[in-house]
Every structure is written in structure tokens, then in C-alpha cells.
Ligand binder design. Structure first.
Ligand SMILES: [Zn+2]
Length: 284
């Protein structure tokens, strides 16, 4: 895939009625359509409606991508939003809508009721799961298809390769907290960001989530029988060494946790953050 003249080559372009002025895209915002799953339904609506909404790309359940707005023009997908202190994300983002029913209500026998009255089952065609997160609240959600995840990754890799101003990938729930819950909790955001951006490795995120922050940065002094202690990207002995911290060095501990029965700390050293095993340190 390739972006030429702000368009994704070789895919359908259906011009949206609500296409705004020129923008310089810096982030990509991922959404759920929160609507019917039939192919073309959401794309048609997002191309032409009276609600003044639009988006750059729609990804169908079978992985088909449709473009509605050129990547250098404004679309109305984010509404009231802010990203790291900057308000009005439509002015600097590309929006991608993934076809998905959004938040559903639980019925009996594993049923899920969509807001428009349709009932979905765990029937081999649709996978329904209960999930609760602080950002989404409790709900019943439908998994994305493997074709959709592959299409999202391909599209993101193309966008980040061909649009040098792009810097980050986020979701509607992140930029409009309390107001929006898309993408749903089953979207593999950490893996997609790791793949496309080459950072926020899932193992690093897991370590962050299963450790606790040190109330005050405790100082630890490295004390091994060798020349130093390995600082690692995540708390395990897999090949993930960032650097070695020389014996006698005192480093601030930011987080701590127990992983596979060992106590680890996330520390800062030489301008970087990484994990060390506590048993080779002393309080400093
Ligand atoms: Zn949204």
C-alpha cells in the first residue's frame, strides 16, 4: 500500500460531504463505528449524513478499507477531545473507524444486545466477551476480526511510512475520557502500537501494570560480586538487556513488583529507564 496525493492507492475513495480544510496530521485516532456490521453501511453513513460527522478511513469486518477524506484534510471524527494538552484533535489527526457494534448489554445464554436492538451470540461468526476497564466500565463486547486487525496494521504502517509528520496512535476513549469508550477493550492497542511505532512493547506494559509506583523515589545502590548489574527492558531474564549499571552506583527506583517470584525495581540510569533485580542492591 502507498499514499499518493493524500490518498491510499488502489482502494475505494468515497468523498465525504463533511470534509474540512487542510491539516498537518500528527496522530491517528482509532474508533469503533458502534453500528451495524453489514458491509458498506457505516462507510455510506460517514460519507453523507446530517450529523456533520466524517472520518478518513473505514475498515469493514472482512478487512476492506474505504477512504472518505484525503489524509491532509480535516474530518469530523473526534469531537470534543484533547491529546497531551492539545484540544480539538480533528485539527491534527487522521481518523480510522473500525466496524464493530461497540458497547453492548448482556442478555441470557451469552447473548449480547446492541443499542439498535440486534442480538449477537457466540456462534463461531461473532465472539462476544465480558470486559471491564476503568476507562470503559463494565460491558459486553465483540472481538475484532483477524482481517480487521491486519488491515489496521497495514494501513497504520503505510500512513506512518508515507506521512512523516505522524507521531503517535491513540483511541477515542483516550482523547475523550468519560465521553467515549471506543475502541473497545478487546482491541490489541499495545501490540498494534508496538508493531507500528516500535515502542511500548507489550511485555513492558505488562510490567508497568503489575507493579506499583514507589511513593518517593527510593535510592538503591548496586551491589553484585561482578562488575555491575544488568538493567533490562522488562523484569525477566529474557534477552532484553539495555545496559549494565556499575557496582556502587545509586539509582532512583520508580516502581517495584514481584515477577516470577523475584523482586524487581524499575530504575533510572544514564537517562534511561529499566528493570533490575532487587537482591543485587542495597538501600542507598
Ligand atoms: Zn469514536
Amino acid at each position: 500500500m502507498r499514499i499518493t496525493n493524500h490518498r491510499l492507492e488502489g482502494i475505494d475513495f468515497v468523498p465525504a460531504r463533511w470534509t474540512g480544510g487542510t491539516i498537518t496530521p500528527e496522530i491517528v485516532v482509532l474508533h469503533d463505528t458502534a453500528g451495524r456490521l453489514e458491509k458498506g453501511n457505516s462507510a455510506r453513513y460517514l460519507a453523507d449524513n446530517d450529523a456533520k460527522v466524517s472520518v478518513h478511513f473505514v475498515i469493514e469486518r472482512d478487512g476492506t478499507i474505504t477512504q472518505l477524506v484525503p489524509t491532509n484534510r480535516r474530518a469530523n471524527h473526534a469531537g470534543q477531545s484533547s491529546f497531551h494538552g492539545r484540544h480539538g484533535c480533528n485539527d491534527f489527526s487522521i481518523g480510522i473507524e473500525i466496524v464493530n457494534p461497540g458497547k453492548m448489554e448482556a442478555g441470557g445464554h451469552g447473548e449480547a444486545l446492541a443499542w439498535w436492538g440486534q442480538v449477537f451470540h457466540n456462534d463461531g461468526k461473532h465472539e462476544i466477551l465480558h470486559r471491564q476497564t476503568p476507562e470503559h466500565g463494565p460491558g459486553v463486547w465483540m472481538t475484532y476480526t483477524p482481517e480487521q486487525i491486519a488491515a489496521v496494521c497495514n494501513l497504520l504502517e503505510t500512513l506512518f511510512r508515507d506521512i512523516p509528520t505522524l507521531e503517535d496512535i491513540t483511541t477515542h476513549w483516550y482523547i475523550s475520557p468519560g465521553r467515549k469508550v471506543d475502541t473497545n477493550p478487546l482491541f490489541p492497542l499495545a501490540q498494534v502500537r508496538a508493531l507500528v511505532l516500535g515502542r511500548d512493547d507489550p511485555a513492558v506494559i505488562e510490567a508497568e501494570e503489575s507493579s506499583t509506583e514507589e511513593p518517593t523515589a527510593t535510592m538503591l545502590r548496586v551491589a553484585t560480586s561482578g562488575s555491575g548489574l544488568n538493567m533490562r527492558r522488562w523484569p525477566s531474564f529474557n534477552p532484553n538487556v539495555i545496559t549494565s549499571i556499575p557496582n556502587g552506583t545509586a539509582v532512583p527506583a520508580l516502581r517495584s513488583g514481584v515477577f516470577d517470584g523475584r523482586s524487581w525495581s524499575l530504575v533510572q540510569y544514564d537517562g534511561r529507564e529499566g528493570w533490575i533485580v532487587n537482591s543485587y542492591t542495597q538501600p542507598a
